[in-house]
Write a protein that binds this ligand. Structure first.
Ligand code: ZN
Ligand code: ZN
Length: 213
């Protein structure tokens, strides 16, 4: 698998392109802004876009969807508990005073334990609420696309509408027991590994200590 990332918009959101080697079948995780630039990246990679997978529906993760869909009619996957946020993208953007193009309705509902296919590759869906109620991560092939649950050195905010600190804690407990060599590609900031975060991230190491008791 080939993973490339483009960092977009005023929130410096990481949009990830996952592509199967050989077939060049690909998905976009969180085309959050600058859709025209993301389209150029997909074309430059020679990728055959199959789908858009959304970790959660904060505006910085969904603002590029409309432009991508104008280029390719591919299905958009979202957990239904984030549909209210998705439908209020324009209001979210207005609160920050930034331009936003509302995406069409999502096509398919994600659920905990789903197996998503990309050619012969398979990714599991982990429902990890806390930062957002319908937040999911995509896990497979030694990689975790963690959205805004886990970052290098930090974790997702829980002071937002529909956030839940208690739920985030439980979600982090699940991530703390993934193999330490798991590569973490987050929605913001650099890539990391579960092991590095267990050593250096005070939020994840605290959760892991509590979970071991
Ligand atoms: Zn977010
Ligand atoms: Zn974000």
């Amino acid at each position: 698998m080939i993973v490339s990332s483009v960092t977009v918009g005023p929130f410096a959101e990481n949009c990830h392109l996952l592509m199967e080697e050989g077939s060049r079948l690909a998905v976009l995780v969180d085309p959050g802004d600058e859709g025209a630039r993301i389209v150029r990246e997909v074309n430059a990679a020679g990728a055959q876009l199959q789908a858009i997978w959304i970790t959660h529906a904060h505006l910085d993760h969904i603002g590029g969807i409309a432009a991508v869909l104008r280029e390719w009619k591919v299905p958009v996957y979202l957990h239904p508990l984030d549909r209210p946020l998705y439908d209020r993208g324009a209001q979210q953007a207005a609160a920050y005073g930034i331009p936003f193009e509302s995406p069409p309705a999502p096509d398919l509902e994600l659920a905990e334990g789903d197996a998503l296919a990309l050619g012969a590759l398979r990714f599991g869906v982990m429902h990890l609420p806390g930062h957002a109620p319908g937040h999911v991560a995509f896990y497979g092939h030694g990689m975790l696309f963690s959205g805004d649950v886990l970052f290098a050195g930090s974790v997702g905010r829980t002071d937002l509408p529909l956030s839940s600190p208690a739920q985030l804690e439980r979600s982090l407990e699940r991530l703390a027991i993934l193999p330490p060599e798991t590569q973490v590609h987050a929605g913001h900031g650099p890539a990391t590994t579960i092991g590095d975060e267990l050593r250096t991230n005070p939020f994840l190491s605290r959760v892991a200590r509590i979970a071991r008791r």
